[in-house]
Design a protein around this ligand. Structure first.
Ligand code: SAH
Ligand code: SF4
Length: 386
């Protein structure tokens, strides 16, 4: 069998691997053994899974691949709390994955949140987002999404830590790559695969209504964040040009339906952009829109990008927050992390990594824009919202 025809093992749900073991004439428990080793021991090849009989190792190697992402570059923030990786997929596609760590009280392991990409580039074109400005390259396969988590899991395991949360807030629009995103969620949460609790996963979407309703019906207990950014349609369409006929009212209704169906409160993400959507009057309008919706607002002071969208001064951010809180809206300001390494989910292949990429002769298509500033801060910490 040619290498291309091999099925990536990390794409398979346990119930899809079990029949293969039967076909190979193996007892049931072999599937569990294979999965446990593959998902938790980072074997470089099937040959490395020594607890399996040699014949089975060879048959597995013939049928399946165990491809891992290649780490092209790593940047760690000064405080060590944020690690940004540039990862190369099999076909050369480059994506970014970020690890954010937060100390826990006492001797407990830090909370370790992995921010994964679901697409290379993005078609949604949000004006303040570096990924959006890149345009769409391609969807990632489920195995390419989970491989990002596996890569970080291995890195953490080497220091006795583990992945505690996964957020789909990296490059791309997860719900525009629906089937692969859901498969990735099922792989990450299956007790016989990666085994993360569903409540430790959050998907962030620009607001694809049909997909949100579909997600609500998946029977999953995952968190949902909707990127709102504006309290009215005129302003939102300026910031999210592909919003089309989806109104802010539609988004609030979808959030309510999601809560009703899943019991999980939705977070609205609101990137605060200087002079665009950061006035106290806009905050009051937002408060009116969200009144009684039972949602949470996460304010994200924007990371400056080439488009010239800047971050409001701290006092403006606090004033915005005060208006929302005063109106009884549940609200947090996202903690900024990793500024000196331009760590940012949703802002990918940064200035620095582009230069590296170009130097190493790997072509990016389309070429990502360079960010205006090396002092970017984004702070993707959805965990702050829980
Ligand atoms: N496509 C999805 C998920 C990826 S973007 C979505 O839009 O929700 C994850 C979050 O990062 C979104 O809330 C997005 O608006 C935000 N984001 C993108 N660019 C940003 C920037 N320059 N500064 C701050 N937040 C940004
Ligand atoms: Fe795509 Fe999200 Fe960036 Fe918008 S903010 S362009 S939806 S990745």
């Amino acid at each position: 069998m040619s290498a291309q025809a091999k099925v990536p093992l990390f794409r398979l749900l346990p119930e899809e691997l079990e029949p293969v073991m039967a076909e190979f004439g193996q007892p049931r428990y072999r599937a569990d053994q294979v999965l446990r080793a593959a998902w938790h021991d980072s074997p470089a090849s099937f040959e490395d899974i020594r607890q399996l009989p040699a014949g089975l190792r060879a048959r597995l190697a013939d049928r399946f691949s165990l491809d891992a992402a290649i780490e092209v570059r790593r940047a760690v923030s000064d405080d060590g709390g944020t690690t940004k990786l540039l990862l190369r997929m099999n076909d050369g596609t480059l994506i970014e994955t970020v690890l954010m760590q937060y100390p826990e009280p006492g001797d407990r392991h830090p909370r370790s949140t992995v921010c994964v990409s679901t697409q290379a580039g993005c078609a949604m074109g949000c004006v303040f987002c570096a990924t959006g400005q890149m345009g769409f390259e391609r969807n990632l396969k489920a195995e390419e999404i989970v491989t990002q988590v596996l890569h970080i899991a291995r890195l953490l395991r080497e220091r006795g830590e583990h992945v505690t949360n996964v957020v789909f807030m990296g490059m791309g629009e997860p719900l525009a790559n629906y089937a692969e995103t859901i498969r990735a969620v099922r792989l990450l949460t299956h007790p016989k695969a990666f085994g993360l609790g569903q409540r430790h996963i959050t998907i962030s979407t620009v607001g694809l209504i049909h997909a949100i309703d579909r997600l609500a019906g998946e029977g999953l207990q995952i968190g949902l964040a909707i990127s709102l950014h504006a309290p009215n349609d005129t302003l939102r369409q300026r910031l999210v040009p592909t919003a089309g006929p989806t109104s802010v009212g539609d988004l609030v209704s979808a959030a309510k339906r999601y809560f009703k169906k899943t019991g999980r409160r939705v977070t609205f993400e609101y990137a605060l952009i200087a002079g665009q959507n950061d006035s106290e009057e806009t905050a009051r309008e937002l408060a009116r829109l969200l009144q009684g919706s039972g949602t949470h607002v996460n304010l994200i002071p924007v990371n400056p990008t080439a488009g010239g969208y800047g971050r409001p001064p701290r006092r403006t951010v606090l004033a915005f927050e005060r208006v929302l809180r005063g109106a009884g809206i549940n609200c947090t300001v996202r903690v900024e992390k990793g500024s000196e390494i331009s760590a940012a989910c949703g802002q990918l292949r940064t200035d620095e990594s582009n230069r590296f990429v170009n130097d190493s002769g790997i072509s990016l298509s389309p070429v990502a824009p360079r960010h205006g500033s090396r002092q970017e801060t984004l702070s993707p910490t959805p965990s702050q919202t829980r």
